[in-house]
Design a protein around this ligand. Structure first.
Ligand SMILES: Nc1ncnc2c1ncn2[C@@H]1O[C@H](COP(=O)(O)OP(=O)(O)OP(=O)(O)O)[C@@H](O)[C@H]1O
Length: 258
């Protein structure tokens, strides 16, 4: 039985309706402090909708959310971010025309010289470099424009930036989608480093469950609007997840044929 005091986030009986469509019926989900949770589910299972509730983008139609032991009613993405909940979107989080270190400090730029101070570029550069090195993010230089980096490098910087701005729960919706093996591996390495430090909790949506298996502490499966599978990674296997995913496809095909 999970210790509730150890949960950073908990959803109880959460439902979501969009008019006649009800992607989430009765979701009970928990993520421990410093835990990495993998969220699996078929196309249309409601995974992104669940993430959008967690990051304050959609209000839930029913149910309760607890964060750090307190019940919360998220009013907006900004409100969620203030609490330390950050959804990392590869394309939206960063400004393409700015270089890496300016992106790392976006809207939190350190100034020197008091009131009419100037941006402390030297400090930003050094801090950004140190933080990216610490997280194993490999880029040619922090001076380079974001637009000139690969999708994997951008995603890794977006994750590093959230962590740097004191996020406590990171939501990653298919962070390795449309990436080559090498780029995907860099993201997974960043997540593994976060996991080793244990300071940030993470929820990852992934279709490539074999790939994320190694970085997750626990795996949940969403089906028909409910979490129907919840196991620690050490208590399951890639084979069991393969069987489940095959079963899910059959289930979806049968539902379509009904
Ligand atoms: N804003 C919305 N308005 C109406 N219906 C929506 C809205 N957002 C999602 N849905 C519906 O809710 C269901 C779940 O969608 P969701 O995107 O959460 O699934 P998913 O598990 O993330 O799927 P995928 O793996 O394909 O991204 C779908 O039937 C979708 O059409």
């Amino acid at each position: 039985m999970a210790n509730k005091d150890n949960d950073l986030v908990r959803l109880e009986n959460v439902a979501k309706r969009f008019g006649p469509v009800q992607p989430l019926k009765n979701v009970n989900l928990r993520v421990g402090r410093g835990e990495v949770l993998g969220l699996l589910g078929n196309n249309g299972a409601g995974k992104s909708t669940l993430m959008k509730i967690l990051c304050g983008y959609h209000p839930a139609s029913e149910g309760k959310m607890f964060f750090d032991g307190e019940e919360v009613n998220l009013r907006s993405v900004t409100h969620a971010r203030q609490l330390g909940i950050d959804c990392v979107y590869q394309d939206l989080a960063l400004v393409s025309e700015l270089n890496v270190y300016h992106n790392m400090f976006l809207q939190r730029e350190p100034v020197r010289g008091g009131f009419l101070g100037i941006l402390d570029n030297k400090r930003m550069k050094a801090d950004a470099q140190r933080h990216l090195d610490d997280m194993g993010v490999n880029i040619p230089s922090v001076d380079v424009e974001i637009a000139k980096l690969s999708g994997g490098q951008r995603q890794a910087i977006a994750v590093a930036r959230s962590v740097y701005s004191d996020a406590r729960l990171l939501l990653l919706d298919e962070p390795t989608a449309a990436m080559g093996a090498k780029e995907g591996a860099m993201i997974l390495d960043v997540i593994n480093r976060l996991r080793a430090k244990g300071e940030v909790s993470v929820i990852i949506i992934a279709h490539n469950y074999a790939q994320i298996f190694d970085v997750c502490d626990r795996i949940n499966l969403l089906r028909d609007g409910e979490i129907v599978f919840d196991k620690r990674a050490e208590d399951t296997s890639v084979q069991e997840l393969t069987d489940i995913v095959v079963h899910e496809y059959r289930h979806a095909a049968e539902t379509l044929n009904e």
